[in-house]
Design a protein around this ligand. Structure first.
Ligand SMILES: [Zn+2]
Length: 414
């Protein structure tokens, strides 16, 4: 067992969240916002301050640090990864973090907005934190624990390892990416240059959660082109794209599962945008399933409904195109059984019960896994993310630090 670190994780989180690093899904440049790099630059400085020599912010906006091994011989290189941006869904400007020590279970009225109250009844997981410390924002912004808690956990771990060189571990790579929330976090990353064998994102929720499976994801784009005519003289001529598209959407909604009806391991089909006019309509669907076969089945059904619609309206032009988004990393992770074995051992040694959950979404890990770096996701404790109610328990973050300190030793065979 490790001797208890003198955790710096809560202090770090409180500092990092005060730096505005919201990303922008509409921007073309990368990183999508320049201000994200204010966090990145600080992290480079802090890592140098810990004595990490090989650390830089590369021109693409990634912080990459290499911590040398403390053991001889060939040991797998582990990469720890978090994202510096916060979600554009909620303001991340002037975040004022509040540390609530000895949370009693009473309602937490956030001081900057009387409407914002965090209640035990709404967040049952708060029960686990009664008598302990939690961190919230002040009512006007999100907190940014997603994913600055992950950053704080990694930084605390590295600080501890640098101060305790007797702890046996292989080479460790630290990676802080911009733009995870815009889905572009790995866009400019040269994975091979990291030289890592296995990676972990610190971007999960409840204590003990461990994620090695995400959705498979595609987008289906349907376009309906109608036939225009003067509405006063349209009889027998006009084919209205709005009418055709409405029927199409309705039929698909009746045949295939929707997000609002599904949970756990069920997939869904989600029309998220429909725009245009009587002449032309475009409809965008998100298609999600844990099994690739299920994903393809959904797409086949949509295509056959579109075909039927084309038969019913021969003068209209209906096209249906599928675009790949990301893939479930589980088949890749399963090729490396030692990942689950070693991670399980580290949780156990840190006294944390492991709870394996599929992610009903994507992570940077799914992309990294398909880029050749198998990557699973470890908890940080973050809750109610992307909202003004976002909160995190300090003890959850500290347990995550314990897990990482054990993890590097397990991988080194120690
Ligand atoms: Zn995140």
């Amino acid at each position: 067992m490790i001797n208890q670190p003198n955790y710096s994780v809560a202090d770090r989180l409180m500092r990092y969240v005060q730096i505005d690093s919201t990303s922008n899904p509409d921007a073309i440049q990368f990183p999508s916002t320049e201000k994200q790099l204010n966090v990145s630059r600080l992290l480079v400085e802090e890592l140098r301050g810990m004595g990490v020599e090989d650390v830089s912010l590369n021109p693409e906006g990634y912080v990459i640090a290499q911590i040398p091994a403390t053991v001889q011989g060939k040991v797998p290189v582990i990469c720890f990864c978090s994202h510096v941006d916060t979600a554009p869904d909620c303001s991340g400007t002037d975040v004022k973090p509040i540390l609530h020590t000895h949370y009693t279970g009473a309602d937490i009225h956030l001081p900057d907005d009387a409407e914002q109250v965090i209640r035990l009844a709404d967040y049952p997981y708060l029960h686990q934190h009664i008598g302990k410390s939690i961190i919230t924002a002040s009512g006007k912004t999100l907190l940014g624990a997603d994913d600055k808690s992950g950053i704080a956990i990694i930084m605390d771990t590295i600080a501890y390892l640098m101060q305790h060189p007797a702890i046996p571990h292989g080479k460790i790579v630290v990676l802080f990416t911009p733009d995870e929330e815009t889905g572009r976090g790995t866009e400019r990353l040269l994975v091979l240059e990291l030289g890592a064998d296995v990676a972990y994102t610190l971007d999960g929720g409840e204590l003990g959660s461990y994620e090695e499976e995400t959705f498979n994801a595609d987008e289906v784009l349907i376009t309906v082109e109608g036939v225009m005519a003067h509405p006063g003289y349209a009889k027998g001529k006009m084919v209205n794209a709005v009418t055709v598209a409405a029927q199409l959407v309705d039929t698909i909604a009746k045949e295939l599962p929707k997000p609002e009806q599904t949970e756990h391991r069920e997939g869904f089909v989600h029309p998220h945008t429909m725009e245009g006019n009587a002449e032309k309509i475009t409809i965008r669907y998100l298609i999600r399933d844990f099994a690739l076969e299920g994903l393809h089945q959904f797409e086949k059904t949509i295509q056959s409904i579109a075909k039927e619609s084309a038969l019913a309206y021969p003068a209209a032009r209906i096209t249906c195109t599928v675009k790949e988004q990301y893939r479930n990393m589980k088949p890749i992770i399963d090729q490396h059984p030692e990942i689950l074995q070693n991670t399980k051992a580290a949780y156990q040694r840190a006294g944390v019960e492991m709870n394996i959950q599929p992610v009903r979404g994507g992570t940077d890990g799914s992309r990294l896994s398909y880029m050749g770096l198998p990557c699973t996701n470890i908890f940080t404790g973050m809750q109610a993310i992307h909202s003004k109610h976002e909160w995190i328990g300090v003890s959850d973050m500290e347990r995550a630090v314990d897990v990482l300190i054990e993890l590097v030793q397990v991988w080194a065979g120690g």
